[in-house]
Design a protein around this ligand. Structure first.
Ligand SMILES: Cc1cc2nc3c(=O)[nH]c(=O)nc-3n(C[C@H](O)[C@H](O)[C@H](O)COP(=O)(O)O)c2cc1C
Ligand SMILES: [Fe+2]
Ligand SMILES: [Fe+2]
Length: 402
């Protein structure tokens, strides 16, 4: 794969990882990912971000097709998470840059994560500008979007935004630009990335989008550090409006059922809950946590307004996969959900109550009493589980109609 020119003298020099499935060891990337880095050639040659440490060789090879890496004058680090900074120490050694730019919090993380002795680091603050010849860069801090150190870099004359993790998607393909593929693919990947990484910072997303509008910034190109680049007016508008919608988290009239089961009883209850949703014409997705990563459940919440959890009791606890799933979802702080819980038991039977408490703790509005079933579900238990599905569906429909 060759370097790709975004605009005159502005190049993509990143790496495509077709193999990765365990993104950052906390989320799934079923379609691989990319680590985008960008090179701008001007009186000063500037590299925006690097790549994961394993892709150092690819980055150097890509840059070498444009200029000798030693000719890089500046490196801008928009964010120090290792998928973008992993190759930084070797790049600094190779290029001996005149300056390395980062945010104030970026300085703290950079000097902690790496041995930066002798590195020519220069801190840039929110709104600072830098001239590199024909071009000027504005740095905008985007704290907690998604790390304290996060910032974005805007090429004023070219109207190009290097947005780092914002607007990113886990996609590995031969395409570099959003207009080379369809919106559905990009939307799904954007939802997966947003709902598993950016979601807790939705208030910051809305604030940043408003700020950018108030500043009157125009974008010809939005170039994130993962996935495809947006370069047509339609695609730029599409990704901005998608981000606004994702951040707003308006309830969608559909439900997510996530359950675990040892011997199939709770699975039968899950089917009955689904029947109840179907009775009320509420679509649903159902996940058996034995073979589903929590990040898939969270992604599905992008298209739902209800979260229904089911687990049997095992040693006075819900199943381990369910506990992990709850921890994953809770940390991402989804908003505007209704929900309920169910599960089988044999003696103490704490799980459905614990799941209900976990939902309430996540600020999910619990709209039905937990359904508890002794060992193997009988007709009456299935009726109760179906009624739970109906109750959730009705509450959700009411909420969506408001
Ligand atoms: C290893 C193990 C530990 C269990 N611990 C509990 C428990 O602490 N409290 C309880 O009520 N039931 C306990 N049970 C019983 C299960 O909750 C019961 O078998 C339930 O029907 C399983 O539901 P399932 O068919 O969805 O797997 C335990 C079962 C197993 C196999
Ligand atoms: Fe990151
Ligand atoms: Fe990233």
């Amino acid at each position: 794969m060759k370097p790709v020119e975004l605009k005159k003298d502005i190049y993509w020099v990143g790496a495509v990882d077709f193999d990765i499935r365990n993104f950052h060891h906390y989320s799934r990337s079923p379609e691989g990912s990319t680590y985008n880095a960008y090179l701008v050639c001007d009186e000063k040659n500037v590299l925006f971000d690097t790549v994961n440490v394993h892709e150092y060789g690819t980055l150097v090879k890509r840059i070498s097709e444009i200029i000798e890496p030693e000719k890089i004058d500046y490196i801008v680090c928009n964010h120090l998470e290792q998928d973008h900074s992993g190759a930084l120490p070797r790049m600094v050694k190779l290029c001996k840059p005149e300056k390395i730019f980062c945010s104030p919090m970026g300085y703290k993380s950079m000097t902690n994560i790496y041995d930066t002795t002798g590195w020519p680091i220069e801190i840039v603050k929110d709104g600072d500008r830098l001239n590199i010849g024909k071009r000027n860069i504005t740095f905008l801090e985007t704290r907690m979007l998604h790390w304290p150190d996060s910032m974005v870099s805007y090429l004023e004359e070219d109207k190009v935004l290097f947005s780092n993790d914002a607007f990113g998607q886990n996609i590995a393909s031969s395409f570099r630009f959003a207009d080379e593929t369809d919106h559905k693919t990009i939307l799904n990947a954007t939802k997966g990335y947003y709902y598993n990484i950016v979601l807790p910072y939705s208030p910051q997303v809305l604030k940043t989008l408003k700020r950018v509008t108030d500043m009157g910034l125009q974008f010809d190109v939005i170039a994130p550090d993962h996935g495809l680049i947006f370069r047509t007016p339609e695609d730029v508008a599409f990704i901005i409006s998608t981000y606004k919608e994702l951040a707003e988290q308006k309830p969608v009239c559909a439900a997510v059922i996530a359950y675990d089961s040892m011997w199939g009883g709770t699975a039968k209850l899950a089917e009955a809950v689904a029947d109840g949703l179907a009775d009320e014409d509420v679509p649903f997705t159902m996940f058996n946590l034995q073979n589903t990563h929590p990040s898939e459940v969270t992604t599905a919440l992008a298209d739902a307004g209800a979260l229904i959890l089911g687990s049997p009791t095992r040693n006075n606890m819900p199943m381990v996969n369910m506990v992990g799933c709850i921890a994953h979802i809770k940390g991402l702080r989804p908003q505007n959900l209704v929900g309920a819980a169910f599960g089988c038991y044999g003696w103490s039977g704490e799980s459905p109550k614990m799941l209900t408490e976990a939902l309430a703790d996540m600020k999910v509005e619990v709209v039905a009493e937990p359904v508890k079933c002794y060992f193997n579900p009988q007709e009456e238990d299935l009726v109760n589980a179906r009624a739970l599905g109906v109750a959730v569906a009705r509450s959700l429909k009411e909420k969506c109609a408001q």
